[in-house]
Design a protein around this ligand. Structure first.
Ligand code: SF4
Length: 472
């Protein structure tokens, strides 16, 4: 199996949105103090969970579908280099141009130059976590190009000068009165009598976006899937904004992580059943747009595909961690995660929040740069049960915890514990000494107090097994 694609091992620092400004525990502590955030999140995740559970329950073969999705992803990753070349050949044959981007800097440079070459100063954007990952909006703005998000939730995040906090519902942390305030403050041409009725807010966004769709000549999209054997790109969305972006502009630029491949059209069938039920709780996706290269006189006449690595080759080379590349970004793991439900997405510091973010971000950046994320989990396993492609997130978390650089005091304590357990007399003496900690209360003294800052020290038993055995 070939895994090394010759790319840099990790996503570069100083660009993109994979690293937070503070560690997960510090950011989570702040989020836990925000009652409004917790109410918004609790309401939204409970609603999505119930909807998704109901439609999944309708399928008698859901578990078989999950296994098929998992096997297809594993088989795709095993021959990724070969399939990527096949995709490039077929996109090129259909009139598209393929660009290879080793990392965020290169991808941003390629897209900026492509937009500049059109002479346009504004782009519409749809459905792209990859462009959020690389910080494309910031790069375009620096080059004097205005990016406009067209997904309603992403537009709310953009106008609010905010960051997304959920894969599927990026503005999940906002309620409707907050959205009304953002629209009144930031949306060009908005009616000052705007109310916070969902239908009124959606109407305001629709008016603004329709004008934008009709007057913008370049679009930047992501892709949910790319089919290697025909060079076809696929975008799934719920509002129809994607359909507008993918058909109306003259130039279309798609930025896609290299892992989004499926070998054939038949493989797509499995994912088109798994994704909507696990993600939005729908039986079928509302808008599924597919395109292959360019068609004279119909749709964009210029199509560019940017294939993004940005650390993915290194993830692929890790036998345990590579499962994270199977993710189809349905967000089911977020909606069942007790940690995510209480802290929200911003605490993860990355565009990928929740359980999948806790394993994907540290792998893309290198664990040193996101060392607290593998611990942002109770290891309850709910994410594994919910994942439509059966990614074993708890096992990857444990694997990454072993790779995280541990503090010197912790390493010294573990070495001392290993030595003690290896020497029976010393171990017995340590067990008796442990009873003394009862006198010291439930906290350890410095430098070991970090461990008990958020945990109680367990009570030592009144009698050890050795003492009990000696009496028999
Ligand atoms: S890890 Fe699984 S459940 Fe989570 S977003 Fe990805 S596909 Fe969905």
């Amino acid at each position: 199996m070939s895994t090394f694609l010759g790319m840099p091992a990790t996503a570069p620092r100083g660009v993109g949105n994979l690293r937070g400004d503070e560690s997960f525990p510090a950011a989570a502590r702040k989020a836990l103090g925000n009652d409004q955030l917790r109410r918004n999140l609790g309401h939204a995740t409970t609603t999505i969970r119930a909807k998704s559970g109901a439609v999944i329950g309708e399928l008698p073969d859901w578990q078989e579908l999950r296994s098929a999705g998992s096997a297809l992803k594993a088989a795709t990753m095993a021959r990724l280099p070969e399939l990527l070349l096949q995709l490039e050949e077929n996109v090129t044959r259909a009139g598209g141009v393929v660009h290879w981007a080793a990392d965020a800097n290169e991808a941003n440079r390629i897209v900026t130059e492509l937009v500049r070459a059109t002479g346009e100063q504004r782009v519409i954007k749809v459905k792209s976590m990859a462009t959020q990952e690389i910080g494309l909006n910031e790069a375009l703005e620096e080059a004097g190009i205005e990016p406009i998000e067209t997904d309603l939730a992403e537009l709310i995040v953009q106008l609010g000068n905010d960051k997304p906090s959920h894969i599927l519902v990026p503005a999940i942390h906002r309620n409707r009165s907050e959205i009304r305030e953002i629209f009144l403050r930031e949306m060009p041409g908005v009616d000052p009598a705007l109310t916070d009725e969902p239908v009124v807010l959606a109407g305001a966004a629709r008016r603004y976006l329709r004008e934008t769709f009709l007057s913008t000549k370049v679009a930047v999209s992501g892709a949910n899937f790319a089919i290697a054997d025909t060079g076809t790109l696929v975008v799934l969305e719920s509002e129809g904004n994607g359909r507008m972006c993918l058909t109306l502009p003259e130039t279309l630029i798609t930025v896609m992580g290299i892992e989004k491949l499926v070998p054939t059209w038949q493989d797509l069938e499995v994912f088109l059943q798994l994704l909507p039920r696990a993600s939005t709780g729908e039986r079928m996706n509302p808008y599924t747009s597919m395109w292959t290269g360019v068609t004279p006189g119909d749709g964009p006449q210029s199509f560019h595909l940017v294939l993004l690595d940005n650390g993915r080759s290194a993830v692929l080379a890790d036998e345990v961690g590579r499962q994270a590349l199977h993710c189809i970004r349905c967000s089911a793991c977020l909606n069942v995660c007790p940690v995510y439900e209480r802290t929200g997405g911003h605490a993860y510091g990355s565009v990928y929040p929740g359980p999948i973010g806790a394993v994907l971000s540290p792998q893309l950046t290198g664990v040193e740069d996101n060392a607290s994320l593998p611990y942002a989990s109770s290891l309850c396993g709910a994410c594994f049960d919910a994942c439509p492609v059966k990614i074993d997130i708890p096992s990857i978390l444990v694997h990454l915890r072993n790779e995280v650089p541990h503090p010197r005091t912790e390493r010294a304590a573990m070495a001392a514990a290993a030595y003690t357990m290896d020497h029976p007399k010393l171990y017995a003496a340590a067990q008796h000494a442990a009873k003394l900690t009862k006198l010291a209360g439930h906290r350890l003294p410095p430098p070991l107090n970090g461990w008990t800052a958020s945990r109680d020290l367990p009570e030592p038993p009144p009698e050890t097994f050795r003492d009990w055995w000696a009496k028999r």
